[in-house]
Design a protein around this ligand. Structure first.
Ligand SMILES: Cc1ncc(COP(=O)(O)O)c(C=O)c1O
Length: 368
């Protein structure tokens, strides 16, 4: 859709935007300006010339892509840390006894849920999304919108509704859906959401994550990490913690400005992009890859064919690591997940139908 805006090396077919998004061309020059002008020349003054509010301002830019109105998304920390904040806030004061986590969750979410369980005395129950059994014991439900391994996508409307019917809040991890799927957080009355910005949002390696806390939850959102950036008046240097009334209360400490401003620059490629068009384009690319791989090889595709699904195709392959090494040596960059999964991500902004065909042909040459 916008490939001309990206710096993809000659001869490379980049199918790993679900792990590390590609570099938008203008980011390097913007960072040069940030470093030499904002840091080099303006020095400390830059904090009051846009740096201090950057987490909320950039949060709003991401909010537009995930169906959140302004003032509800803030950027900072990692997804893991934001999962911790959201879960702790969600279970604060609960009289219920369990945290429900989808059983195929990305590991960090499960580990963090375990820590929250240990800190709060709640037990963690792993369940299949098709039978979560959310009930009056459930204090919170933590779900991955798109499965990192298979690309299967959960029904956010249905599962959020199920949790609410049982009186439980839900935390959605959007790492693999932000920037590919039209998400409707406000409309679906999602309680909390978190996600990273280094995958389909192209924010760069280790770019800060985001957290969504809707307006009506902000007054009661208790950030378990009560750092000074979340204070109502950070520069009053008060001895006691008094949280900001708005989304800034989800902040913790001083933001990593260089990384954050690289993300800010990278988000320019999303200006005026319609997520419905991105979604259709992604579905078409994954469908084309599926067709070519099925025609050219006998490999088993484990990503579900039905819609909705995420923007990746995962393939079972006994010798996944060596096959991926060979693919990369031949210019097709995807990745593999142990023990036997080849993963290919299709970022609609810069992957073309030509890339899809050529990648399938090279894969077939290697495995046949
Ligand atoms: C679903 C999901 N959650 C969380 C993470 C990682 O979180 P963090 O940004 O804390 O490393 C990933 C990374 O791939 C992920 O796929």
């Amino acid at each position: 859709m916008r490939r001309e805006l990206f710096d993809i090396p000659e001869g490379v077919i980049y199918l790993d935007g679900n792990s590390l998004g590609a570099l938008p061309k203008h980011v390097a020059a913007r960072m040069q300006e940030v470093i030499s002008h904002q840091w080099g020349t303006r020095l400390i003054r830059s904090w009051s010339e846009g740096w201090w509010e950057a987490p909320q301002r950039i949060g709003d830019r991401i909010g537009r892509l995930i169906g959140a109105a302004e003032g509800q998304v803030v950027v900072g920390d990692s997804t893991s840390v934001n999962v911790f904040k959201a879960l702790m806030a969600a279970v604060k004061g609960t009289t219920r006894s369990e945290i429900v986590v989808d059983e195929s969750t990305f590991p960090t979410d499960g580990y963090i849920a375990q820590s929250v369980g240990e800190l709060t005395g709640l037990k963690v129950r792993a369940a299949q999304p098709s039978s979560l059994d959310i009930n009056e014991d459930t204090a919170v439900v933590l779900l991955n919108h798109v499965d990192y391994r298979t690309g299967a996508m959960l029904d956010m409307a249905e599962l959020t509704g199920q949790a609410h019917a049982a009186g439980a809040p839900v935390v959605w991890d959007l790492c693999h859906s932000a920037g590919v799927i039209p998400i409707r957080l406000d409309e679906l009355q999602v309680d909390y959401a978190v996600g990273c910005s280094y995958k389909f949002l192209n924010g760069g390696p280790g770019a800060p994550a985001f957290i969504y806390v809707p307006k009506h939850k902000q007054a009661t959102f208790e950030n378990p990490l009560s750092g000074w950036n979340g204070h109502r008046a950070p520069f009053a240097m008060e001895a006691s913690y008094d949280p900001d009334p708005g989304i800034a209360r989800a902040r913790v400490g001083t933001p990593d400005i260089l990384s954050m401003l690289a993300l800010d620059a990278a988000l320019d490629v999303w200006d005026d992009v319609d997520m419905q068009v991105v979604w259709k384009c992604g579905l078409s690319l994954t469908a084309q890859f599926r067709t070519h791989v099925t025609r050219l090889t006998s490999l088993e595709i484990i990503t579900p064919d039905e819609i909705p699904r995420g923007n990746q195709i995962s393939i079972r392959c006994a010798d996944a690591k060596n096959v991926m090494d060979e693919l990369i040596a031949r210019g097709v960059i995807g990745d593999h997940r142990p023990p036997d999964v080849l993963r290919f991500g299709f970022a609609p902004l810069y992957v073309t139908s030509g890339d899809v065909l050529r990648a399938a042909e090279i894969l077939a040459e290697i495995v046949n």
